[in-house]
Every structure is written in structure tokens, then in C-alpha cells.
Design a protein around this ligand. Structure first.
Ligand SMILES: [Ca+2]
Ligand SMILES: [Ca+2]
Length: 218
């Protein structure tokens, strides 16, 4: 179950990259996320880094009146969320706030509007809202955007992913999860992956485009 979840998240990680919620983009990178470490476990074997699949609880509050607008503990039967950190699956401020955390660590973070929902706001979040999140990191896994995953897909080991390599990977994933799909889905996902990730349009996804952690050596 866990593995299946992880694999599908990989595909989603490709598809969701760049699918940011409107207003999340910002030109102002001067403002910082303020991070207060509330608790760090004495043992910390592994710290979260960009591209990891993480499992976390986070409750969100509007800073101006501390009203709670999101509570992962009461949503979806209280299951903590799985997502890939650092690739835009959550707001930028959370992507920053969740890095370099130990399993079991708790943080309280203050995120400026420019790294959250900006001038437009979103749903029940008013425009220009500073947000406060209470985060608890429950699990870290070298995730779908990890260097390990990249190397697994890069069959000819030339440090870039061709259409054939991604296509092969998708076929394997679809075969493993066993769901019936219209054959056209495969081609559509492949096309989408390249549209969203092949930024220089050369027909390959490079390590940079794949967004692997910068400190990993290839
Ligand atoms: Ca390759
Ligand atoms: Ca490329």
C-alpha cells in the first residue's frame, strides 16, 4: 500500500510540478519564512531535503487573528499528508519551512503572503495574508524526486531522461498498479510530463529540470 502510494506520487510529482495554485508565484524573494523549532528529537538519522517524500501534519492559521483555516488532523480522518517537498506541491513557504527537518521534529513557522497565497488570497484565505503553520514531520523517504529515483529511470545512465525512458517507467508503474486505463492515457501523461518539465525543450529531462537535490553528486 505504502509503495503503491509512493509510486503514484512519483507520477503525480511530475504532473503536479508547475501546477501551482494561482497567486502562489512571487517576484519578491526578499521576504523570509520565520522558523521556530519547537521540538527536535534526540536521535536524527536523516533530515528532510528537496525531492523527499515526506509525511507531515500541519495546521494553518491566519496571523492577523490566529483563526485556523486548515487542520490536517481533522481532514481526511486525521491522516497526515504525504507529498514531495520542494517541488511546488505545497505553497512555497511550506516547501522552505519543511526542509532540513528531523523525523519527529515540530516547528512553528510564519510565512509572508509572497510565499503563500499572495495578493489574491485563496478560498478562505484573504488577500495579503501572513500565515502561521504548526508543523510536525512524521516521516521522510528519499522520494520520487530523489537522485535514486532519477538513476532508476535513467536506463542508459547518460544523466538525462529521454521520452523512451519515461515511457518505459510509466508502463512499469501502470503494470504494477494493475488499473485498467485507456491506452491514450499513457501518451497524454508522457506529453504532459515533458511539457511541464522539459523547460529548455530539448526532448530530455535533465537533473536540473527533474529538480533533484542540488547537493547530490551524479
Ligand atoms: Ca537517459
Ligand atoms: Ca531538457
Amino acid at each position: 500500500m505504502y509503495l503503491c502510494c509512493k509510486l503514484m506520487l512519483f507520477v503525480h510529482a511530475f504532473i503536479l510540478l508547475n501546477c501551482h495554485i494561482q497567486g502562489q508565484e512571487t517576484k519578491d524573494t526578499q521576504e523570509d519564512v520565520k522558523i521556530e523549532v519547537v521540538y527536535v528529537p534526540s536521535e536524527c538519522e536523516q533530515k528532510s531535503r528537496r525531492g523527499d517524500l515526506v509525511n507531515a501534519h500541519y495546521d494553518g492559521f491566519l496571523a492577523h487573528n490566529m483563526s485556523k483555516f486548515f487542520c490536517s488532523r481533522s481532514e481526511k480522518d486525521g491522516h497526515p499528508k504525504w507529498f514531495v517537498v520542494g517541488v511546488g506541491q505545497v505553497i512555497k513557504g511550506l516547501d522552505i519551512a519543511l526542509l532540513d527537518m528531523c523525523r519527529g521534529e515540530k516547528r512553528k513557522v510564519v510565512i509572508p503572503p509572497s510565499l503563500a497565497y499572495g495578493e489574491k488570497g485563496y478560498d478562505n484565505i484573504p488577500p495579503n495574508s501572513t500565515l502561521i503553520f504548526e508543523i510536525e514531520l512524521l516521516g521522510i523517504s528519499r522520494g520520487p524526486r530523489s537522485i535514486e529515483a532519477f538513476l532508476q529511470i535513467d536506463l542508459d545512465n547518460d544523466k538525462q531522461l529521454s521520452k523512451d525512458e519515461i515511457s518505459h517507467y510509466l508502463s512499469e508503474e501502470f503494470r504494477k498498479d494493475g488499473k485498467k486505463r485507456d491506452p491514450s492515457v499513457h501518451g497524454l501523461i508522457l506529453k504532459d510530463i515533458f511539457e511541464k518539465n522539459d523547460h529548455d525543450g530539448n526532448g530530455f529531462i535533465s537533473t536540473r529540470e527533474y529538480n533533484v537535490y542540488k547537493h547530490d553528486e551524479l
